[in-house]
Design a binder for this molecule. Structure first.
Ligand code: OGA
Ligand code: ZN
Length: 418
């Protein structure tokens, strides 16, 4: 162990993150299985010895090059118990584990951030989900991104814009960036600032415009009913991005609806229909001339707490229902209750794309639709692509990490400058 380092600094954590010590630990108690940490603000945190042993940040536990775990707990000679625990001069928790007789140090900022004994919902969403209707949210959160492409990625203004955009996507399920360039391909460069694009049979970047020999209703001028894209995939894309390059046609208004708000309304008004749609698996099919995608899944998916996880609604992408015989009529009755809700005008947010607009929306939550347009009245051209929800969360965590790092750096500078 590097003694000089251990005396002069806080220990490494098993991640690449920065953990400002906003509250320092004051004292510690322990028994063979538990550490009890008392903080200056009165909070008491409890950590199991086995948990601490597995989450140490030292090189016997974590490969320092990758920060991925190399320890296999089951290879220890016995269950890791605590023979001593104290706080050192740096405020790090020092725990001696038996029978290894190994003392490991824990970063107080990291311990505070990972205090499971005081965390009610460890898998809480990064940003609270706020459901909406066209009445409560008449238009998307709109951000001026005019200068975005000309600025460096780590420019604080770019980071602030991105943070607001990502928070809106996680909270409301959509955001609109405005005043972007209208050169074809701009979308890919913007999407890549969030994360890697998801390729599909429609291409990595697809052109939404009326075209000859269309392989999707989207590539015509007819109206599209409320839908998600690619429910025909085992894992439907988490996010869709649409960038308007041209729009001079009559009609073609965009309609967005919060599928979670609609599903919650169905749960309230027609609980049986809601339950049926969470249970019966529909057939989603996109059988085109050269591809043949089919997937069976319920229309509404919940997590283990009953919270909404995703909706799969797209009447034009459903194949024949192949459910148990007695489910057929209840399934269609439930579907029709949902379809009636989709027609209730209060759910719809309507807007017209302006060239340079780019909307990012949660494709497993929002339903999008468009009015028919008059093909001869002008030009309408959107470019689209898909990303996963994971990329939004990872990017937002990276922005928050950078902000924490700035706080740690500022705290380190403070004693000498002040
Ligand atoms: C699509 C789509 C909407 C529009 O391409 O999937 O739904 O406004 N487009 O053209
Ligand atoms: Zn679509």
């Amino acid at each position: 162990m590097n003694t000089a380092e251990s005396l002069s600094s806080l220990p490494p954590t098993p991640d690449y993150d920065a953990w400002p010590v906003t509250v320092a630990p004051e004292r510690v108690n322990h028994d063979p299985h538990l550490v009890e940490l008392h903080w200056r603000d009165g909070r008491v945190s409890r950590y199991h010895g086995v948990w601490l042993r597995e989450n140490a940040g030292d090189a016997s536990t974590v490969n320092p090059d990758t920060r991925e775990r190399i320890l296999d707990l089951s290879r220890l000679a016995a269950w890791p118990t605590i023979s001593a625990a104290r706080l050192d001069d740096q405020g790090a928790l020092c725990v001696t584990f038996a029978p290894e007789d190994r003392t490991l140090r824990f970063h107080p900022g990291w311990l505070r951030a990972n205090d499971y004994s005081n965390t009610a919902q460890p898998d809480a969403p990064l940003v609270p989900v706020t459901t909406w209707t066209g009445e409560t949210l008449p238009e998307p959160t709109s951000l001026d991104a005019g200068a975005w492409m000309r600025q460096a990625e780590d420019d604080p203004a770019v980071e602030a814009l991105l943070e607001r955009a990502l928070e809106a996507v996680l909270g409301h399920g959509l955001v609109r960036l405005r005043n972007l360039p209208t050169e074809p391909g701009t979308l890919a460069r913007i999407a890549e600032r969030i994360g890697p694009l998801r390729a599909t049979n429609f291409g990595t970047l697809f052109d939404v415009k009326a075209k000859p020999n269309p392989d999707s209703n989207a590539y015509t001028s007819i109206a599209l009913p409320p839908h998600v894209d690619l429910p025909t995939r085992e894992y439907q894309p988490g996010l869709q991005l649409l960038h308007c390059l041209e729009n001079s046609v009559e009609g073609g208004q965009a309609v967005m609806m919060d599928g979670f708000a609609i599903a919650e309304t169905l749960r309230e008004r027609h609980p049986d229909a809601f339950a049926t749609l969470t249970r019966v698996k529909w057939c989603y099919a996109n059988t085109a001339r050269t591809t043949d995608y089919v997937w069976f899944d319920p229309m509404i998916k919940l997590d283990d707490q009953g919270r909404l996880l995703e909706v799969r609604v797209a009447d034009f992408l459903r194949g024949p229902l192949m459910a148990p015989f007695d489910d057929i009529e209840p399934a269609y009755a439930a579907l029709m209750q949902l379809q009636r809700l989709l027609r209730e005008p209060q759910f719809a947010m309507r807007f017209t794309y302006r060239p340079g607009d780019l909307v990012i929306f949660d494709n497993r939550r929002l339903l999008h639709a468009r009015d028919a347009f008059e093909g001869n009245s002008g030009h309408r051209w959107l470019q689209g692509c898909y990303l996963e929800r994971d990329e939004i969360r990872s990017r937002l965590r990276m922005l928050w990490r950078a902000a924490r790092q700035r706080r740690v750096d500022a705290a380190e500078r403070a004693p000498t400058s002040g």
